[in-house]
Design a protein around this ligand. Sequence first.
Ligand SMILES: O=C(CO)[C@@H](O)[C@H](O)[C@H](O)[C@H](O)COP(=O)(O)O
Ligand SMILES: [Zn+2]
Length: 673
Amino acid sequence: MTKRIALISEHATPLGIFGGVDSGGQNVYVGQLAKHLAAIGYHVDVFTRRDGEHLPDIVEWHQGVRVIHVPAGPPVPLPKENLLVYMDEFTAFVLDWCRHYSSYDLIHANFWMSGLVAANIKQSTGIPFVVTFHALGRVRRLHQGSADQFPDERFAIEDRIVQEADFIIAECPQDREDLVQLYQANVDRITIIPCGFDTTEFWSINRTHARLTLGLSPDEFIILQLGRMVPRKGVDTAIRGFAHLLKQKTIAARLLIVGGESETIDPKLTPEIGRLRAIAQELGIASRVTFVGRKGREVLKYYYSAADVFVTTPWYEPFGITPLESMACGTPVIGSDVGGIKFTVKDGETGFLIPPNTPELLADRLMYLYDHPQLTNLLGRQAVRRCHDHFTWSKVTSAVAALYEEVLADGCATAGIEANQLAILDRGFDSMLQTVQRSQRLLRSDIQAAAQAMSAAFAQGGKLLLCGNGGSAADSQHFAAELVGRFCCPQRAGLPALALTADSAFLTAWANDVNYDNIFARQVETFAQPHDLLLGISTSGRSQNVIAAFEAARRLNLKTIALLGGDGGELRAKADIAIVVPTLETQRIQEVHLLVIHLLCELVEEHLLAMHDCTLQQTQWEKDGYGFSVEPCLENTSQPKDPAYSGNSPQSVASPMTSTAAHSSKTLVIQNP
Ligand SMILES: O=C(CO)[C@@H](O)[C@H](O)[C@H](O)[C@H](O)COP(=O)(O)O
Ligand SMILES: [Zn+2]
């Protein structure tokens, strides 16, 4: 199935003309990527801001590529520094488009404002996105200071994009380093994919032929500077370097400067040209510097091919597409040793790298190339090879497509895992609810009977012995802890309960030396006293050590309660009271066991509370030195519910809820603070 990709590029349209202030590498990148993605089977829509009233809503640009003009802000060209306020409108349009026309498998955002749009769309729709920043706000601020007119919100927005993007495309190692250092990006979610050049657009044309085509002198040493005309591109360095060269040597040389807002030179439209021209004049080389103006992309290969050397000396450069294009045309590059340039240009192999703002060094290198035409040719040939090996748009697009597929596969896997996890959750809750409901219908009377038996045992000075394996061992201890400690009633003394699962020294020794099957039976025989109660917990009802404990209890005349599940197993018949959870699922049985345990605690406390106004009488335990008493926990004047707990009962003589205040001297071996 054809995958649908939305390329968002808020200010840089692929239909734009190269060389304007805001039209440069990003326009090329978006256009080339779109075309090449379509060529390998993707459907691509490029969303870019409508910056002209008469632009059509949708341009069918190439097979498989549409350019969609997004109404966001006035339909006129605006500096990109002023576009942030229109991004909500931009987002709303794309969201609406996704809902009504066509949605996308993935969004590829270009530049930070498009990243913001993509992050917001992901938030609403879950569509994953990758981002190519093309330039980073913090890097720009570092180099441009107050000349950077982008709003400060850019930094926080970029931080958010870095966090929320599914993957980040860095265009060169420096870009990756900046993302990690300045944005704390996770290096595992960054991949380096450079920009490319179009092999059908740039190739090496015979130099003489190219010069003839452009009407340039066949004999001059031609240095080319081509690109956006903004101060940070450091075109003044090229002019100053050229001036140095001319100062050192009398040669027939020319600096061609291509770019600007218009085809004919107009410093009003391109103030940078005015500034540069003034510099050239000041240096006395104005006649050797030719400002050419903006040129259509179809003629750029002639300029690159016509030149002996291409110079690009920006202060910094996120990637820099022009050195690549020049190298593709067989012209070596002298470039600043910054950003993407130090990645694309191999020093001494395809040109030279120099620090930014070093016109003297530039003059040196120019001189060297002028003096060594054969070397210049060799560097040019090597440049062509390097470009074809690493930087064709088809290679770049394959890498980008591989990344898309990785993100989409991750997304599917995550979606699959999520769906699976939700299904597990729902199944668990549903089966738990069903089991609880069935237990509520079936187990009420058994639970009540168990609570009464326990209360009676406590009232008679008996204790509760508990046992079980695994989860049921933990439940036994949990149960004992609730009784010895407190459950709902904050002011009572402990109720005697002993988990036979807790003494690891005895358990391991006995199981190791004698037999695991009677680890509990042995303890029942050891600890059991009259009125004690044995409570065994087993989901299957088939654990031999629990069965053996019940058999021991029977021999000692202890009453028994079993918390079971499924069909109740053998224990069902061996227990005086069997609470059998009606399901075969072990976990659900255990979960209901815990509910039953808590209910038993509550019911027992309730029973004992009901007796708290009984007169104090000594218990069997007290006589034996294990007496306990319970401080009143609630005002409760009701009469005992069960005559077995009444003070009048011949056997059951104590109320564990009697007030200690009234008779503290008599009892309270276990007493609450
Ligand atoms: O917690 C669990 C299962 O959820 C296990 O530890 C489980 O309690 C153990 O397998 C027990 O050995 C099972 O014994 P039983 O419930 O059949 O008497
Ligand atoms: Zn468990």
